[in-house]
Design a protein around this ligand. Sequence first.
Ligand code: URA
Length: 198
Amino acid sequence: AADARARAASARTLEELRALLDAFDGCALKGTARQLAFADGTPGSRVMILGEAPGAEEDRTGKPFVGRAGQLLDRMLGAIGLDRNCVYIANIVPWRPPGNRTPTPQEVAICLPFTQRQIELAAPDILLTLGAPSTQVILGLKEGITRTRGRWYDYALGERSLRVLPMLHPAYLLRQPLHKRFAWRDLRLLRRELDRGV
Ligand code: URA
């Protein structure tokens, strides 16, 4: 963990961070994944989206949120006038867990220094955490996503202060389409915050 922290802190740019992560052997998921799925979208965007872990399609292409859940995410963003090029997208673990299982708390913790550095370097104002694991690790909360979603949290990271909005994960919404109504509420909150300007 100390090794991950030191490595992550040494990255001056997102390209450096990606290379450091690619060369990092401290997380066992790297051994079973095909490749790193580091990020998609545009660094420096006001909104950063943080998911859980790459799935099969992400593992194949090296990009987060390009499978079915990612396509739903694209439509959700589109509904409030955004697209993936005007946000920055990453996951709390950048390698696909075997069989798409949930990453273990230990795997998430090992990757956390890289995730935090990635947030710092991408420098968003707003962080959208999708699902319980990313919400819990960022905000240090134990509650599930149905309890934490739909309101704003403040998150201090180094010199920065970010606004965090937890939301239901699109993969969950594919299984529970009736719950999309909660996601619409959350997307409206995001749109309103963006319209308020900085
Ligand atoms: N689910 C995630 O959490 N992340 C992805 O990149 C794809 C699906």
